[in-house]
Design a protein around this ligand. Sequence first.
Ligand code: PLP
Length: 377
Amino acid sequence: MGIYLDNASTTPMSAAALNEYQMLASDFYGNPQGNHTVSRLALRKLDEYRQRASQVLGCAVSEVYFTSGATESNNLALLGSHRKLGDLACSSIEHKAVLSPVEYGGGEKVPVSGDGMIDQDLFRDYLKEKRGNLAAVSIMAVNNEIGVINPIPIFAGMVHKHSGGAIFHCDGVQASQILNLAPIVASVDCLSLSGHKFNGPKGTGILVVKEGTALRPIVRGGSQERDIRPGTHDLPSIGAMVVALEEAQSQRSTTHEYLIKIRDLFEERLTALLPNVSVNALNGDRSPAISNLLFPGTTNEEMLYLLDGAGVYASGGAACASGALDPSHVIMALGVDKLLAKSALRFSFSTSNTAEEIIEASEIVAKVYLQLTGGQL
Ligand code: PLP
């Protein structure tokens, strides 16, 4: 089946998540909102998963909201707190699922430096300048294209201290496999997660909303999820997601350790074969699940086409933007010039990737690059 190096885009469901899904779909099909025994059995299960999710995340049961994914969770946190034009802010390298609602609300983007990090002094000054005029500020835990890790408790603390009442939202999607989520949850007002990034089903997500955080629903309908997220619950998917979250968080230390070896092996092999290829955000604090590199003299489109044919599956950046001809806003925000930014490729790893696969993949990538640029191995 080739070598799958696009785990930041999506992951396959784990065996335990699949089993849970099948069990719930056949035995607990009731609508948890109903008033009879079949519904009550489903509701009891839903309550159990909410409780288990809260246990993993270290928050109150009533602070866990089930959604259809991180795109919805991000929109709910941001547009659900938005009150007037210009009252939202985020970093310039957020996923489109944050950037878009912030732009829709007329909000602003805080720049990052060449290593993808937000300057803490500039950020503090920005908050002081906007004091009293912000409803929500959003900063991601781990960037989905270059893997940069932000110190979320520090940024959350600054927002709480200097913004004059804004809520702090964090897109925690790419952190779920490698970082302990509980300390992040403890510091924020809202946190978004996506089931399919940690071996759960697609179309599932969580928004943690801390007690006292006032959000308005962005979709109108029934009273599910305490009136802020209406719609019939997909219990089998919710159960499978929570099982996958428990697995991901309990294995995160070994996952992190393993991925460091895999990521370093890939980058070392590739840059030894291709000395003019460089790693983006090399000096930032980075997730070992993601490696983003520039391949001068090529476009990621042509590289990806040939890699696909050779059985190596990677991406040009965020899956929702792939296929777009414009260079990634994340790579551009690092100060990379436009032509070079178009050559950026993201490889993202999982514990299913073996060292042999990684060596083979680096050789294939090098061959494809040299084929396009006319060089020789
Ligand atoms: N935020 C980040 C950082 C992501 O990587 C993604 C997925 O690509 C999303 C949000 C969107 O998540 P979902 O696919 O659950 O809507």
